[in-house]
Design a protein around this ligand. Structure first.
Ligand SMILES: [Zn+2]
Length: 501
């Protein structure tokens, strides 16, 4: 027989953490047919001598819901070797959606315009598939999105009727294939909720054995309380709890990740299911308006901020607030107010240098810690380089240069561990029968080239990426194969309205 594709003489990292071995991989009809010595003839042969072949990377923390509609070529992820994104994080998701209504007030630019005629997850899947996405997605349903739709953006506690309405939206998304429920309890309107509300909504994922993922209520002075609340929610709802972008924010809190990881370890030892992810950068990024009270500007925080995207003042993009204030001869608090009170000021995305390098290493050393970019796909201005460089950066900086992780372990945390955690059926390993999501790279040269000054850079050392058996990236160029699929939690990918159920 003749198969679709054979990759010969590769150094194979099968994604499980097992030692690298030399071999061929046969691909046919979107799946891996054999691993070892290829016997079949192939319509396309790739000689991978000198290169490593691993499962495609899984970005477990993305805000790419809108990017799949606006930038279906997903070049900023594909070029890194990413073949699947977990969307809908931090409580912001494209679904549920009210057609014709601007979801902006709730998501504030984080989702890069996740708008359309769809209402539910299947509608979103149809809308994305019509654009032939380059890579795969699986979705979380977000608390902030659901709460904003049911209750608006105001500060008030939910009634039992409102909770019932929110629960129904979470339940529908889970039935249609979402992998879990996410919160962003630091953001509006999620921050107005109490723990009980979150528990009640998280219970809707329990029948599906889905995840509760969280951007915790606090990642700085009250990090430990944030972890305690997360663990309590997981226990009370009877669900797997996943801590997003684990960090200790703010210099006064540096080093605290050891304490919070100890807390996670104790919960795990007591039988609780808990997982985490991290991004490999010392700066965070988010919607600037969420970090300030206009009547009491935090100057220390303002001083570590750099403007990424600013619709009102494009000339501020790529500059530190402190430099902007100095150049304007004004108090930094006034610069913050100027930006946030301008038209569309609430859509400003900032980058804040709040994380200790030693904490990133401690996180990456933690067994099973997954990698998630947390990239915000707003391509105007100077976005955080994590959108373009996260996965090559782990391989170059933390594996090759510093030896924080072995290559096999790093790849496992970007592939099989992520696939098992987020319910990506038959993905994340190079194994016969698994979907052929693959990346060919050179561990000796792979490098993230994206910087804070020049973020929109293609990484080097990633010559080929295969998505569902089709070559999607070859020799530094996009092939526009459009072979991405919309994945459903622990089920086969969505195939359209007729077979959607
Ligand atoms: Zn977040």
């Amino acid at each position: 027989m003749t198969v679709d594709l054979v990759i010969r003489n590769a150094r194979i990292l099968d994604g499980t953490g097992a030692p690298t071995f030399e071999g061929d991989v046969e691909v046919d009809d979107g799946r891996i047919r054999s691993v070892g010595a290829a016997g079949a003839a192939a319509r396309e042969e790739i000689d991978a001598k000198g290169l490593h072949l691993s499962p495609g990377f899984i970005d477990v923390h993305t805000h790419d819901d809108g990017a799949f509609l606006r930038y279906p070529d997903m070049h900023f992820k594909l070029a890194q070797g990413v073949t699947t994104c977990v969307c809908g994080n931090c409580g912001f998701s494209a679904v549920p959606n009210i057609p014709g209504e601007d979801p902006g007030p709730a998501s504030g630019g984080i989702l890069a315009g996740a708008q359309g005629d769809f209402a539910d997850l299947e509608g979103y899947f149809d809308a994305v598939l019509a654009k032939r996405p380059a890579i795969n997605a699986i979705m979380l349903v977000g608390h902030n999105t659901v709460r904003a739709q049911v209750m608006g953006m105001d500060n008030h506690a939910s009634t039992s009727a409102e909770r019932a309405a929110m629960r129904a939206k979470v339940a529908l998304a889970m039935e249609q294939g979402a992998c879990g429920f996410s919160t962003g309890l630091i953001y509006r309107p999620g921050r107005w909720s109490d723990t009980d509300e979150v528990v009640e909504l998280a219970r809707e994922v329990a029948p599906h054995q889905g995840l509760y993922t969280t951007h915790m209520r606090n990642e700085g002075d009250k990090l430990i309380e944030g972890v305690e609340e997360t663990l309590a929610i997981g226990r009370a709802a009877g669900v797997h709890a996943h801590i997003s972008h684990h960090k200790a924010a703010g210099k006064a809190n540096w080093g605290k990740v050891k304490e919070s990881l100890d807390l996670v370890d104790r919960a795990k030892a007591a039988g609780q299911k808990v997982t985490l992810d991290v991004y490999p950068y010392t700066a965070g990024s988010g919607r600037m308006v969420e970090y300030f009270r206009l009547d009491n500007i935090d100057r220390n925080f303002a001083e570590v901020i750099r403007i990424a995207n600013c619709p009102a003042f494009r000339e501020f993009e790529g500059r530190m607030l402190i430099d902007i204030a100095r150049a304007r001869g004004e108090d930094i608090a006034d610069t913050v107010r100027l930006i946030l009170t301008a038209p569309k000021g609430d859509r400003t995305i900032c980058i804040h240098f709040i994380i200790d390098e030693a904490d990133i290493e401690a996180n990456l050393r933690y067994p099973g810690m997954m990698v998630g970019s947390d990239g915000i796909p707003t391509l105007n201005g100077k976005p955080h380089p994590r959108l373009f460089g996260t996965f090559p950066r782990v391989l170059s900086e933390y594996v090759r240069k510093r030896g924080v992780l072995t290559l096999e372990d790093a790849v496992a945390r970007m592939t099989s561990v992520s696939a098992e955690t987020f319910g990506l059926k038959d993905r994340g390993r190079i194994e016969p029968g698994f979907h052929a999501d693959l990346v060919l790279f050179d561990p000796g040269t792979v490098t993230d080239t994206a910087t804070y000054d020049e973020p929109k850079q293609t990484p080097t050392g990633v010559p080929m990426v295969v998505v569902n058996g089709k070559i999607a990236w070859r020799d530094g160029a996009h092939t526009n194969a459009g072979s991405g699929q919309m994945l459903r939690y622990r089920r086969e990918a969505y195939r359209g309205p007729s077979t959607g159920a």
